[in-house]
Design a protein around this ligand. Structure first.
Ligand SMILES: NC(=O)C1=CN([C@@H]2O[C@H](COP(=O)(O)OP(=O)(O)OC[C@H]3O[C@@H](n4cnc5c(N)ncnc54)[C@H](OP(=O)(O)O)[C@@H]3O)[C@@H](O)[C@H]2O)C=CC1
Ligand SMILES: Nc1nc(=O)c2c([nH]1)NC[C@@H]1CN(c3ccc(C(=O)N[C@@H](CCC(=O)O)C(=O)O)cc3)C=[N+]21
Length: 293
């Protein structure tokens, strides 16, 4: 069993990005500028935005967090988005999800200029990604693809089973891995909450991607010996006696599944760090006008 060390790969890619930013500075080019909009005080969102700020500083990007109270109206938020769309200094921005219930997330996503949509959530980017055109690819699936690539995991002709069909993880990773590419050329099965006997499918997986958000859902009896297991899930659970009082669990019961795998991602330190790095990659592309010219 080998660990897919997301943290190590993320550090490697950050060093590559930092070198490129140095070169841009040297030539007097545009320093990439990423903005995050954060509404409310959700703990996980605060953590994620904090990691992003730190990563931007590490690679030399300009970054900014715009914070708003839960009471912000949809119209006010849409207005903030319009300002960012029109600000030539801002290369890319994201609106941290989830949003308060009185705000329509889809409306917010569609208000973002696709050219600045470094989350890759806008239907224009989703559509372009789906047919293999240049696009901002959403960060988590892009991070998974990057992890498979850097570890040179063979994917052609493999059966990939994805648990979860969300717009930000399950559906796009299933799409990417079925494309004519490397990593890709997989035969893909998508499972979700209406799939009976999930184990029947997971046992056939050469590559198992787990993104349902239920801690330790995948147990050893559900995994084929030698499988590659990618655990996307992140759930905070109480951990009395630890410094923080909580810890993170993945969707895979790591201790019993790991010995059966050829490769497996840990949580934390697997997919998460690569998600952040993919967001940086998209922002760099935006500053260089690589996707839309
Ligand atoms: N590491 C990272 O960078 C990121 C991690 N995450 C984590 O990944 C997990 C998934 O996130 P996300 O995709 O946004 O979650 P969603 O809640 O949007 O989607 C979950 C998916 O899992 C399916 N599902 C739920 N319960 C079951 C079940 N018992 N059996 C089979 N399928 C089930 C749902 O099915 P249905 O469609 O039928 O409801 C749905 O398609 C979460 O833990 C999240 O925190 C998310 C984003 C980034
Ligand atoms: N507009 C928007 N875009 C997103 O991409 C987005 C979002 N909203 N809302 C929430 C989810 C979740 N997500 C994570 C990214 C990185 C880690 C990450 O870095 N995890 C570390 C640990 C983090 C920790 O210490 O808590 C790890 O797995 O090693 C986690 C979760 C992005 N999301």
């Amino acid at each position: 069993m080998e660990l897919l060390d997301g943290k190590r790969i993320a550090d490697e890619i950050k060093a590559e990005i930092a070198a490129e930013v140095e070169a841009i500075k040297h030539k007097g080019g545009k320093i990439p500028h990423l903005v995050a909009i954060l509404v409310g005080h959700d703990g996980a969102s605060e953590t994620y935005v904090g990691h992003k700020e730190k990563a931007c500083a590490q690679v030399g990007f300009k970054s900014q967090v715009l914070r708003f109270e839960d009471s912000i109206t949809e119209a006010q938020l849409l207005d903030e988005i319009r300002k960012l769309n029109n600000d030539p200094d801002v290369d890319g921005f994201i609106v941290q999800m989830p949003l308060p219930k009185h705000i329509d997330e889809q409306k917010v996503i569609e208000a973002i200029d696709p050219k600045k949509d470094v989350d890759g959530f806008h239907p224009v980017n989703v559509g372009r990604m789906n047919i293999g055109l240049p696009a901002y690819i959403s960060a988590t699936p892009d991070g998974i693809v990057e992890l498979l690539r850097r570890y040179k995991i063979p994917t052609e002709g493999k059966h990939c089973v994805v648990i979860g069909r969300s717009n930000i993880v399950g559906r796009p990773i299933a799409n990417l891995l079925s494309q004519k590419s490397y990593p890709g050329d997989c035969t893909v099965t998508i499972c979700h909450s209406r799939t009976p006997n999930i184990k029947e499918y997971t046992l056939q997986a050469d590559i198992l991607i787990v993104a349902l958000g239920k801690a330790e859902f995948v147990t050893a009896d559900m995994v084929k010996p030698g499988a590659v297991v990618v655990d996307v899930g992140i759930t905070r659970v109480d951990a009395p006696g630890t410094k923080l009082g909580w810890k993170l669990l993945g969707d895979v019961k790591f201790d019993e599944v790991a010995p059966k795998c050829s490769y497996i991602t840990p949580v934390p330190g697997g997919v998460g760090p690569l998600t952040i790095v993919s967001l940086l990659k998209n922002t760099l592309k935006a500053a260089k006008k690589e996707v839309y010219g």
